[in-house]
Design a protein around this ligand. Structure first.
Ligand SMILES: NC(=O)c1ccc[n+]([C@@H]2O[C@H](COP(=O)([O-])OP(=O)(O)OC[C@H]3O[C@@H](n4cnc5c(N)ncnc54)[C@H](OP(=O)(O)O)[C@@H]3O)[C@@H](O)[C@H]2O)c1
Length: 348
């Protein structure tokens, strides 16, 4: 089978490097072009990417010349993976779709547009049906598909099996890794020996995106799930792996055992290279999950849950801890899994 030609937009950044790492050994895709800012364009990838991953920079990409976004029109690719800053991605992703490329984006800017699928394959693969409406409405040969924000994806995968019970309200407090802020995002003097109790625009995304993902496709639109989410987001001195403390209130009686067994029986029907066998792994130890021990589960594509317990007091409330790899399951790996789903369903 001919490999599918992929371009990476924002290839030198925190998520972009993950794309390069993960795509370079992918059996279906090959990296045909890498794009970054004018600062990097025209230079060799190895010269401008400050490689920070523990594996070697892939040789075939190291020698590539980084392209400028002005060269988009001549890119010989089938799909663009996007890890651009929001302001840049707004027009660039649309231009790519106009040019006929499939765009699998990490970026927030188009996620909540009515005809743009916001997808986690194990949760709402059917929402890809919006692609047909998007292409028709906008007159594009290509299309844009997005994956959620890194903390949203981890929370939402854990909420999906709990949708069989009636969820009334969700509270979540995050402990987010520094790689989520981008390569130059948080200085060491700000984060070492410290916690920063604010991440710009993060709480808004966590309170809104899961409702679209867990919503129902009706014709050419998504009807959002109807419960309320309240989030508090914090940056902590961990390199990779977001941890979240979650409280879920139900409109019916639900025990910790019910929740544990819903997590355990949650499986993926997708059998593609990046699809984890167990999207959710239940950790039995009382002090798990932990970032260093659990973020790389199933090559970073599984989330881990633990400390599932009932809240004391009135009503039916369960609390638990969930953890996932923010730049793999929460970013580059998520876009690649979406692309695999596009291939499986014949969109690519
Ligand atoms: N980090 C995460 O865990 C995570 C998770 C989910 C989603 N995201 C989203 O993914 C996107 C990338 O995040 P990141 O953390 O990887 O950021 P980053 O480390 O700052 O990387 C940004 C990338 O975009 C390029 N770029 C910057 N300005 C540009 C311009 N004007 N024109 C063309 N390219 C430009 C940079 O190239 P140069 O090297 O040449 O400057 C670099 O390759 C953001 O939208 C972010 O919100 C991030």
């Amino acid at each position: 089978m001919r490999k599918i030609k992929a371009g990476v937009l924002g290839a030198t950044g925190s998520v972009g490097q993950r794309f390069v790492q993960l795509l370079s050994s992918h059996p279906w895709f090959e990296i045909a072009a890498v794009f970054a800012s004018e600062r990097s364009a025209g230079r060799e990838y190895s010269e401008v990417a400050k490689w920070f991953l523990p594996t070697e920079m892939p040789g075939e990409v190291a020698e590539m010349t980084v392209k400028s976004l002005r060269e988009l029109d001549d890119a010989d690719v089938d799909i663009m993976f996007s890890a651009l800053p929001r302001a840049v991605a707004a027009d660039v992703e649309k231009r790519c779709a106009e040019l006929g490329y499939a765009v699998s984006s990490n970026v927030a800017v188009h996620r909540l547009e009515e005809d743009v699928p916001l997808v986690i394959p194990e949760v709402n693969a059917s929402h890809l049906a919006l692609i047909g409406h998007q292409k028709k409405r906008r007159g594009w040969d290509g299309f844009i598909v997005t994956n959620p924000n890194c903390s949203t994806i981890i929370l939402t995968i854990s909420l999906k099996p709990l949708m069989e019970f009636r969820i009334e309200e969700v509270h979540v407090a995050t402990m987010q890794a520094v790689s989520g802020a981008g390569y130059a995002g948080v200085t060491s003097m700000a984060i070492l020996d410290n916690i920063i109790p604010f991440i710009a625009k993060e709480e808004e995304k966590m309170e809104r995106e899961p409702l679209k993902i867990l919503g129902t496709l009706e014709g050419d639109r998504i009807v959002d799930a109807s419960f309320k989410i309240s989030a508090s987001c914090h940056r902590v001195p961990v390199i990779d792996g977001h941890t979240e403390a979650v409280w879920v209130r139900f409109a019916e009686t639900v025990t910790a055992e019910d929740v544990k067994s819903a997590f355990e029986s949650f499986k993926s029907e997708l059998k593609t290279p990046f699809s984890p066998k167990n999207p959710i792994i239940v950790r039995e130890e009382e002090d798990r999950p932990q970032p260093r021990l659990d973020r790389d589960a199933e090559k970073g594509m599984s989330i881990s849950v633990g400390r599932i317990r009932e809240s004391k007091g009135e009503g039916s409330e369960i609390k638990y801890i969930v953890l996932g790899h923010n730049t793999i399951r929460g970013a580059a790996g998520a876009s690649i899994l979406n692309a695999e789903l596009l291939v499986e369903l014949g969109y690519l």
